[in-house]
Every structure is written in C-alpha cells, then in structure tokens.
Design a protein around this ligand. Structure first.
Ligand SMILES: [Zn+2]
Length: 182
C-alpha cells in the first residue's frame, strides 16, 4: 500500500524501459512529480542543467542528483517526504516496522553522507522537500547558481557581475536559504 502510494507519487524507483520512458511525456502523473515541475520551472527561467547525471564520489559511490549544474558545481535533490523523512510529513509506518524503520534510517544516513561527500568535493548541495512551494524552490536553486557564478567572477576579478548587481538583475536575494560552496 505504502509502496503503491509512493510509486504513484513517483517516489519509488519504477522499473523503466525505453518504451515506458517515451510514454512518460504523455503521462500526466509523471509531469506532476515535484522534480519534474522544478526542472520545467528552472528551464522556463532560462537555466540549463543536467538531469539525473551520475556522479561518482570517493567513499560513497554513485550518486544521482535530480538536477546538476556541472560547471557551477551545484547539485539539487528533490527529496520525497516519506522516503527522506521530512520533519512535517515523514512518519515511520506503524506496520512492517521491522522493515521500514531501518530502511528509512539508512536513507537519512545516506543523505547526510552524500551531502558531506559532495561538499567536501566542492559542490553546493541543495535539498528541497517535495512539499516545498515551487516558486520558493526555484528561487533557492537560482540563488545558488547565481552565487556560484559570482564566485567565479569574483575570482577572476570581473566587475560586470557584482553580487548586488546580479541580485538586482534577478530580483533575488543571493544566497537566500542556500549555502554556496566555499
Ligand atoms: Zn514534507
């Protein structure tokens, strides 16, 4: 039941094949998945990124963030409230506790490990709960990407993009709710 619900929300990894992937475009449910909505919104804002890019991290192995800005080293994960145990909606299921609790705990631990490994490797990590407001999520991601651009411009001494100018141009408070990679 839980698995079925999660599956419907796109949170459970469904077995995909080529034909099914192609059908996804026509699948309304797939297009209302939180990560899909965020990708579309970012794309409309003119941001270009890789989706589901496989990263290999030392000591952690393979990690596949939902959205990756490779040049900026910004990795975005859209976390399901159930699977990643969000403080508002994450609940340990009452039944099958012997199976679910360790699994959810492992997920949470893995998230922490992945965050640390990515940050150690110079990435800015953004985690967005699936329940989060879309506009807010877009601002967070956009702010992080801009902050990392400024980082590069600052490093090269290019005066065209001061943080204040970029913030004004984008109507954003730079760094709002994010921790740019240092
Ligand atoms: Zn939630």
């Amino acid at each position: 039941m839980l698995r079925q619900r999660a599956h419907e929300q796109g949170l459970y990894p469904a077995p995909l094949n080529e034909g099914r992937s192609r059908n996804m475009q026509a699948n309304r449910r797939a297009n209302t998945k939180p990560e899909t909505m965020l990708r579309s919104a970012l794309h409309r804002r003119g941001l270009r990124f890789r989706k589901d890019l496989l990263l290999r991290l030392e000591g952690v192995g393979r990690v596949r963030p939902d959205i990756v800005f490779t040049a900026r080293k910004v990795a975005v994960f859209v976390d399901g409230c159930f699977w990643h145990v969000c403080p508002q909606h994450g609940r340990y299921p009452a039944t099958n506790d012997w199976y679910w609790s360790p699994k959810l705990r492992r997920n949470m631990e893995r998230d922490q490990t992945v965050n640390s490994a990515l940050r150690d490797a110079g990435w800015c990590v953004i985690r967005i709960w699936e329940h989060e407001d879309l506009d807010r999520a877009v601002s967070t991601v956009e702010g992080a990407v801009r902050a990392s651009i400024e980082h590069i411009f600052e490093a090269t001494g290019d005066p065209r993009q001061s943080p204040a100018a970029a913030a004004e141009a984008g109507g954003l408070r730079v760094g709002d709710g994010v921790s740019p990679a240092s």
